[in-house]
Design a protein around this ligand. Structure first.
Ligand code: DP6
Length: 325
């Protein structure tokens, strides 16, 4: 196909799973064992520009103005785009993360979703949301859900054609916010990719996780439809702890949480005892996300300020879908 080498920019927001994806049945195609549900966040996003260039002999990428040395994951992903669009040109990619990179705040989700949108359009493809979601999935599982705003569900499927995300609700009807407490913005020691593989292969509780996650998914989905904040929060909190129990029960055992994560968990519990309803969820890193309603944001923030700096407390409402800029 002949391309006109247009420069295309797309923005995608991160999402935080309320029912987590933790384990693949196909590592190459990134097909998960379970379906998952997430909320896309307004505050954290990635903006990526892609331009194919006749003079390049390999893909080049800059992330926050720094050249990426290990281009393998990106080049593999761009090969999929090249195959879909029947081109052999390479691209220059410029990406800006408005997310602390690799700290459990899902920068790979917004990153690969933004890259999918920008690269596919720059390659002359005009993908619909389901096709974009499948493409984003090939970069990183959680990116599958970042195509959509609000609540979305990644249906696990069984192969490349049946594993993609759909929108559950956007705009979101529920009054729901997330307060992210940034405890560490250093890249994690054990990537989610490696961690989930260890859990699948060695945790004796993996089977139970699969069964329980299927129940948690139904419960969170119903809570969304019934505007039931309490059930949603309780279930998301439990599901997150169940995921972390898999890391603890793997061989060798590993842990994403640190002492500050445990402190935030204690804070959330004591806030609840005081009648301030809130819940917590954590991903493959120490940062904790507190799930709350608007009326409680300031009270929770005041509480957190006892131990954490204001700049590390980020409040976010639900975010929107992928946009071309
Ligand atoms: C804990 O999507 O980063 O955030 O598919 O291997 O790239 P890969 O993993 P990734 O894992 C996300 C794990 C999680 C839960 C979730 O987002 O559902």
């Amino acid at each position: 196909m002949s391309l006109d080498n247009k420069s295309i920019t797309a923005r995608a927001h991160t999402n935080i799973a309320l029912v987590k994806y933790w384990g693949k049945k196909d590592e190459k195609l990134i097909i998960p064992n379970n379906s998952s549900i997430s909320l896309t966040l307004d505050e954290f996003y990635t903006e990526t520009t892609v331009k194919f260039d006749d003079n390049l002999y390999e893909d080049v990428m800059y992330l926050d103005n720094t050249k990426i040395d290990n281009m393998q994951p990106i080049s593999n992903f761009m090969n999929i785009v090249r195959k879909l669009s029947d081109t052999n040109k390479f691209a220059k990619i410029n990406s800006y993360n408005h997310v602390p990179t690799s700290a459990g705040l899902a920068s790979s989700a917004s990153g690969f979703a933004a890259l999918s949108a920008a690269a596919s359009k720059a390659a002359g493809l005009n993908l619909n949301n389901i096709e974009l979601s499948k493409l984003a999935r090939r970069g990183s599982g959680s990116a599958t859900r970042s195509v959509y705003g609000g609540f979305s569900e990644w249906k696990h499927g069984t192969d490349n054609d049946t594993s993609y995300a759909v929108s559950i609700q956007d705009p979101v009807k529920m009054d729901i916010n997330m307060i992210a407490i940034i405890l560490n913005n250093q890249p994690k020691k054990i990537s989610s990719r490696k961690g989930m593989k260890m859990s699948v292969n060695t945790s004796p509780y993996y089977k139970a996780w699969e069964q329980q996650t299927t129940r948690d998914l139904k419960s969170v989905k119903n809570a969304i439809y019934n505007n039931d904040f309490t059930t949603l929060g309780k279930t998301a909190e439990l599901n997150s702890m169940r995921m972390h129990a898999l890391t603890l029960s793997s061989d060798p055992s590993y842990l994403y949480l640190n002492k500050d994560s445990l402190l935030v968990i204690d804070y959330v519990k004591s806030l609840r005892e005081k009648g301030i309803e809130c819940y917590y969820t954590m991903d493959a890193g120490p940062n904790v996300k507190v799930i709350c309603q608007s009326k409680n944001i300031e009270k929770i923030k005041l509480y957190l300020l006892q131990s954490f700096d204001e700049e590390n407390i980020k409040i976010s409402k639900p975010g929107g879908s992928i946009k071309y800029l």
